[in-house]
Design a protein around this ligand. Structure first.
Ligand code: CMC
Length: 434
């Protein structure tokens, strides 16, 4: 970051002396006011619940321009990456800062492929769960448990440990997600197969069974690979900030990523894809396109507690660029699988059409986000709704690790410790009780 010529001056209405703060500039995007000395100089904190105006760190990984609807990974626009690269290219890019050349790609693919198998004992650990457990509950447990199974890569001060744990997490996530799915179906886990791509291997572990040969459908593989690319990173969102905050205590990467998985589960974050598909299914079962108008009235009525899931975003105040790509993938997948007449897709298109014209959504700048169409794609592929967020977690793992690594290498890195505006009782005495 660069120190700007500009400075920010804070003045007070009670006549106290004004204070200057340095202003820093990034490559693009808003400048930041460095308020680290604010408390020392004034005895006051800033108040920003939900971090509406707080840059919690410096980062060179992902950039979002919410007004333009732009998303860049390491400077590259998401649409160019989604149409020219595969998920392994993008993972390498996010981790290392640049796209791999041919030799680097081969080496990276091989490294990841040769870490996809999990410790056999993890299968026994999995068996302790109920078969009807939510996959995100299982995944949070499995990822946290990796610290016990791969203790030899938990020393965060050792660069080799950090590297190995990063590759282990990226490589084993698809295996763990597929294991959680197979377990819920009462089927045996399918071991990874090294001649397949990262995404092809995941498809096989999800849908093959030990009794017959399985051929990976290329349409399905490509669509999932795109889903992975679109979800790979998204700067300082809730789960990434959770990984950073958790990791800032010096805990091991498996524990930090497990915290990220837990955070992602919420319906305002990664859980929105599951909630969105449930919303579409509910609407379809209760009148479908005919009832869209009525449903929209409910969405706009603040007392109803109903939100249009898959719409709105804290940062995007324009069309989420990932949603555009996802809508295109949705059309391609449905056509390739002979599902062009899918009623949920029609319903989603109608909801989108109405919302984009309705003053309620227009005034609040609410547009479809990535989750609006991703559920329809996943459902068409055969992925059960309850697994959607686990797939998001699989894809986001690379982003979480890159952000965690970046934090550890930052000379300004400190344990994260927000303060508060205390409004509880002032000091009081406990009355004599006996
Ligand atoms: N349906 C109806 N009204 C909405 C919606 C929605 N989906 N989203 C926001 N609003 C309204 C909200 O009621 C508020 O209205 P008012 O100003 O009159 O009080 C205004 O728009 C601003 O909303 P907010 O909740 O203050 O905005 P936020 O930045 O805190 O929340 C959000 C962002 C994503 C949590 C929210 O838009 C939402 O709940 N969307 C539905 C869930 C969803 O799709 N989440 C996925 C996010 S993208 C995937 C990811 O990155 O995890």
């Amino acid at each position: 970051m660069h120190l700007s010529d500009k400075k920010a001056t804070l003045s007070f209405s009670d006549g106290s002396a004004p204070i200057d703060f340095p202003v820093y500039q990034g490559t693009v995007g808003p400048d930041v006011i460095d308020i680290r000395k604010l408390y020392g100089q004034t005895g006051m904190f800033t108040y920003d619940p939900g971090f509406m105006a707080t840059a919690a760190c410096e980062s060179a990984i992902t950039f979002i321009d919410g007004d333009k609807g732009q998303l860049l990974y390491r400077g590259y626009p998401i649409d160019q990456l989604a149409t020219n690269c595969d998920f392994m290219d993008v993972s390498y890019l996010i981790l290392n800062g640049d796209l791999p050349n041919a030799a680097q790609k081969t080496e990276f693919d091989s490294l990841v492929t040769h870490h996809t198998m999990v410790h056999e004992q993890l299968h026994f650990f999995l068996r302790g769960f109920r078969r009807d457990a939510h996959p995100m509950a299982v995944l949070t447990g499995l990822v946290g448990a990796m610290a016990a199974f791969y203790h030899d890569s938990t020393d965060i001060t050792n660069p080799r440990h950090r590297e190995v744990s990063a590759i282990r997490l990226i490589a084993k996530m698809p295996t763990l997600v597929a294991m959680a799915y197979k377990f819920s179906q009462g089927q045996p886990s399918i071991y990874p197969q090294n001649n397949l791509s990262y995404t092809g291997n995941f498809v096989r572990m999800m849908f093959a069974n030990p009794c017959e040969d399985y051929q990976v459908n290329e349409v399905v593989e490509r669509a999932l690979d795109r889903i992975f690319i679109l979800h790979a990173d998204h700067e300082q969102n809730a789960s990434t900030s959770t990984v950073r905050l958790c990791g800032s205590s010096g805990t091991n990467p498996f524990a930090a990523i497990a915290a990220g998985v837990a955070c992602l589960w919420g319906p305002a974050h990664g859980g929105a894809n599951e909630a969105c598909l449930q919303m579409l299914e509910h609407l379809q079962a209760n009148g479908g396109v005919e009832k869209v108008g009525e449903f929209m009235q409910q969405v706009k009525d603040k007392t109803s507690g109903v939100r249009l899931m898959g719409f709105g975003h804290r940062v995007y105040k324009n069309y989420d660029p990932r949603a555009k790509l996802m809508q295109q993938t949705c059309k391609e997948v449905l056509a390739a699988l002979g599902l062009e007449k899918d009623p949920l897709f029609k319903l989603a298109m109608e909801l989108e059409r109405i919302a984009l014209e309705d003053p309620y959504f227009v005034e609040r700048k609410l547009y479809p986000n990535v989750d609006f169409y991703s559920g329809i794609v996943q459902r068409a592929i055969g992925i059960p709704t309850s697994l959607f967020t686990a797939i998001f977690a699989l894809a986001r793992t690379v982003g979480w690790i890159a952000q965690w690594n970046e934090m550890l290498s930052d000379p300004d890195y400190k344990i994260g410790r927000p303060r508060q505006l205390y409004t509880g009782s002032a000091v009081r005495d406990v009355a004599k009780r006996r």
